[in-house]
Design a protein around this ligand. Structure first.
Ligand SMILES: [Zn+2]
Length: 198
């Protein structure tokens, strides 16, 4: 017989539901959202990068957001993803477009700064949207950045970036059901004559 996971206390459950991280075997949102296998792709060292050079990857991905508000077709959120290769730390931000805005620039640059690194290599694919953002990040940083363009499916970037995409997507899938419940307007909002229209 397979033992069922122990039920958490109400307090434990409330704390877990703030982030769903780490995932819990008793949480339905974690099971549904994170159930898919982590891509097991080998992370290969980049032969061209010097050892003292810290490497970051930046890329856009599109996260499916079944908004649930209307019955409209599936929506996809443009998401900027930055990964610190040394630690695996991931930063992600949903943006209105792929435009290299000051906000997007600051997001990438401040993530690299927060990792406490001066000399870094920022690796992207060759897509104009992301290379133009990388240029701006280089200008914005006091220590600049060495820019590197790797082919979209190069082995060096694939493992790191794909894993980050997977983590963000599974975390989003896990968080969304609860957020929708919290933000959805109540079903019957019929106003009584006494309501003040506030
Ligand atoms: Zn959970």
């Amino acid at each position: 017989m397979v033992a069922l996971p122990a039920e958490p206390s109400a307090d434990e459950r409330a704390r877990h539901e703030l982030t769903h991280d780490p995932s819990a075997p008793w949480c339905i949102h974690c099971i549904v959202g994170k159930g898919k296998e982590v891509p097991h792709r080998r992370i290969l060292a980049d032969a061209t990068a010097p050892l003292d050079q810290h490497m970051f990857f930046a890329d856009y991905c599109f996260i499916k957001t079944n908004a649930g508000v209307t019955d409209a077709d599936e929506q996809f959120a443009t998401t900027l993803v930055v990964v610190d290769k040394d630690t695996g730390a991931v930063a992600a931000m949903s943006l209105p477009s792929k435009e290299a805005t000051p906000f997007a620039t600051e997001f990438v640059a401040s993530f690299i700064d927060r990792c406490g690194l001066a000399k870094v290599t920022l690796s992207t694919d060759g897509e104009p949207a992301i290379t133009s953002l990388a240029d701006k990040v280089k200008d914005r940083r006091e220590h600049g950045a060495i820019l590197q363009q790797a082919p979209k499916h190069s082995s060096a970037s694939m493992g790191v970036v794909e894993r980050a995409h997977w983590e963000i997507q599974s975390q989003t899938r896990t968080m969304i059901p609860k957020l929708l419940v919290r933000t959805r307007p109540p079903r019957s909002t019929t106003r009584t004559p006494s309501s003040r229209g506030l």
